[in-house]
Design a binder for this molecule. Structure first.
Ligand SMILES: [Zn+2]
Length: 278
């Protein structure tokens, strides 16, 4: 009988730790603990850096690998799947921050070569001198800053999408609509509204109001729609960017572009998600 071999481990046998390493980002196999757990590094910055280096950050790709998520776009640029390498090094947003930091530290390695970049960083931060400790502090603070910005933007999107669902339901009730379909491009909002995922603690009250509204409809279906398959909504959202209103109820007259989008949707135009994401 043929033997099944688990390639990521040397012995060929499966282990959780080898699987975890196989899913981790590209990091040189050298001792980096002293770089992160440095006495000058702020503990929460050290924690972010440690999570990044050990592959434990709950980025979209990691959550997908653990089958906890099926949505993967980068919140900082919306043009790429979110994974640790992209989020922290390749993304245009992060790249600009690193260029500044690398300029200060005189690191000349390109961000695309993550492995070489880490080697240069570890080399600079090696040893027990105050200078190397300051360098470690700067690197860990940079990692933490990018992670914090990413989380703040994700949180903001959740808040906006939840408010939009709430406002839409209130309007439908006011208009005595009895049957409704609700689509959102935030999978988390849909999971929370459908009670598949627990809501954040500070949204409990709003969710109870939404659930009350939901129970008042004769028929309601809340589902996730990818943004690029929901062009009409995206178009309206773009129109609302410079408006003081959070929600558009009616647009009159409808723009030519919106009419074309609706016509495309009526004709069952197929939108290929893979065209948008590399
Ligand atoms: Zn990005």
């Amino acid at each position: 009988m043929d033997r099944i071999i688990w390639l990521p481990s040397k012995s060929g046998r499966f282990s959780v730790s080898s699987a975890y390493r196989a899913l981790s980002p590209e990091v040189p196999n050298i001792r980096w603990h002293s770089f992160v757990w440095n006495r000058m590094v702020i503990p929460r910055h050290a924690f972010s850096a440690w999570q990044l280096l050990s592959g434990g950050l709950p980025t979209q790709d990691n959550l997908m690998n653990r089958r906890m998520l099926n949505e993967s776009s980068c919140i900082l640029c919306s043009g790429h799947r979110e994974n640790s390498k992209h989020l922290f090094f390749e993304c245009s947003y992060s790249n600009e921050i690193w260029n500044h930091v690398k300029g200060l530290l005189e690191i000349k390695v390109d961000n695309i070569n993550t492995n070489r970049l880490w080697m240069s960083i570890f080399k600079l931060c090696k040893g027990k001198s105050v200078v190397s400790a300051v360098f470690s502090t700067m690197i860990c603070a940079t990692v933490n800053f990018i992670w914090k910005e990413r989380n703040a933007r994700r949180f903001q999107v959740f808040q906006q999408e939840l408010n939009a669902v709430h406002q839409g339901l209130l309007l439908a009730r006011k208009l005595s609509v009895r049957q409704i379909e609700v689509a959102s491009d935030s999978l988390r909002v849909i999971k929370v509204v459908n009670r598949i995922e627990a809501p954040p603690w500070d949204y409990q009250n709003q969710l109870h109001e939404i659930w009350d509204l939901v129970s008042g409809f004769q028929h309601i279906r809340c589902y996730h729609a990818f943004r690029e398959t929901n062009r009409a909504t995206d178009h309206l959202a773009a129109l609302g960017v410079n408006q003081s209103l959070n929600v558009f109820y009616f647009i009159s007259p409808m723009t030519k572009e919106l009419c074309n989008i609706i016509e495309d949707d009526k004709n069952c135009k197929v939108y290929l998600r893979s065209n948008h994401y590399r």
